[in-house]
Design a protein around this ligand. Structure first.
Ligand code: ATP
Ligand code: MG
Length: 330
């Protein structure tokens, strides 16, 4: 079975439609064919300031959402990143192999650091992609289900793996990005030229917010001054984004939706999509609450996941330490 790894940050009270359609939906399906490792990446979360109690709470809420979406801890390894210290240890080794200029070319760092005042931008935000490379390489990963925004980080991960392998001998599997064709980049509803993002909560449809609120956000999505419901990213970014979401949640093709809405208005499309979203999130939220009602069981699932992840990760790290010449402890 191929090995799959991916992670998500516990940086908000809720995952959003972009997370779900760009990545998490693939996580769920890939369980059927792969040996999957899925991780709530709290080490990544602290690259921007987090309140300690909120972070703890959001870590559990994140795990509960993953379970509610269908991640099955009997088939997949679900765990919290900080429970497996090998991530940070491998990250250090990889940092020492990364060029300063190479890290500086990462566009997500440029975007995220530009949003904050210079003195608040931590070095961790800069080295984030290297920790991400460690997350992936630690498990000898073949495929990484992520959204389009992670393509560049995956390229860096491959480069670091190849660099290590050629310098110290074959050690890491070479991972490929598994990026969905149609839903790789869900756009913000208020700014359909920008990615929907946990850290920019303008036009974000949160899976955990009140369904009424989601429907309202969809009704007030930014569109254009024409009337025609047609997929055209260049000229009709807002409508195109709504069509992508609608199609992904219902399984109806975009062509089919265009035909169905011929002669109808944007208001009709938005109202119907609002209902589709409400029908999706309502049972989901009930399930999440179920998992959160039994925190002891939730923590147990995460503990077992971390135990298994550590076994696999520690084996890779031992090889790495040996290859680079660290004296084995006796
Ligand atoms: P942040 O803004 O804090 O980085 P985020 O919304 O990007 O948060 P992450 O935890 O960084 O969330 O990403 C989790 C997964 O969701 C990644 O695989 C990422 O590629 C994917 N993803 C995030 N936003 C989108 C989006 N708008 N469309 C498709 N996939 C997305
Ligand atoms: Mg992100």
């Amino acid at each position: 079975k191929p090995r799959v790894f991916s992670g998500i940050q516990p940086t908000a009270d809720s995952f959003h439609l972009g997370n779900y359609l760009g990545a998490l939906r693939e996580w769920v399906t890939m369980q059927d064919t792969a040996d999957a490792f899925y991780c709530v990446v709290d080490l990544h979360a602290i690259t921007v300031a987090q309140d300690p109690d909120e972070l703890r709470r959001r870590t559990r809420v994140s795990a509960a959402q993953l379970l509610a979406l269908g991640i099955d801890p009997e088939r997949s390894t679900l765990f919290v990143q900080s429970h497996v210290p090998e991530h940070a240890q491998l990250s250090w080794v990889l940092e020492c192999l990364t060029g300063f200029g190479e890290a500086g070319r990462m566009t997500q760092f440029k975007d995220k650091s530009a949003r904050q005042e210079a003195e608040h931008v931590g070095v961790g935000l800069f080295t984030y992609p290297i920790l991400q490379a460690a997350d992936i390489l630690l498990y000898q990963t073949d495929a990484v289900p992520v959204g389009e925004d992670q393509r560049q980080h995956l390229e860096l991960t491959r480069n670091l793996a190849q660099r290590f392998n050629s310098r110290f001998g074959p050690t890491f599997a070479l991972p490929t990005a598994h990026i969905p064709k149609d839903t790789a980049k869900i756009q913000d509803l208020q700014d359909p030229t920008a990615k929907m993002s946990k850290s920019v909560p303008a036009g974000v449809v949160e899976l955990m917010e009140s369904p009424k609120r989601s429907a309202k956000k969809i009704r007030s999505a930014v569109t254009d001054l024409e009337k025609e419901i047609r997929y055209d990213v260049e000229n009709k970014a807002g409508i195109s984004n709504l069509l992508v979401i609608y199609s992904a949640l219902t399984g109806r093709s975009i062509a089919e939706l265009e035909a169905a809405y011929e002669g109808k208005g944007y208001g009709d499309l938005k109202k119907d999509l609002g209902e589709v979203v409400v029908d999706f999130v309502t049972p989901f939220q009930e399930q999440v609450q179920g998992y959160l009602d039994d925190v002891a069981e939730l923590d147990k699932v995460l503990r077992k996941g971390a135990e298994h992840a550590r076994e696999v990760g520690a084996a890779t790290l031992r090889t790495v330490f040996d290859r680079i010449g660290f004296l084995a402890p006796t």
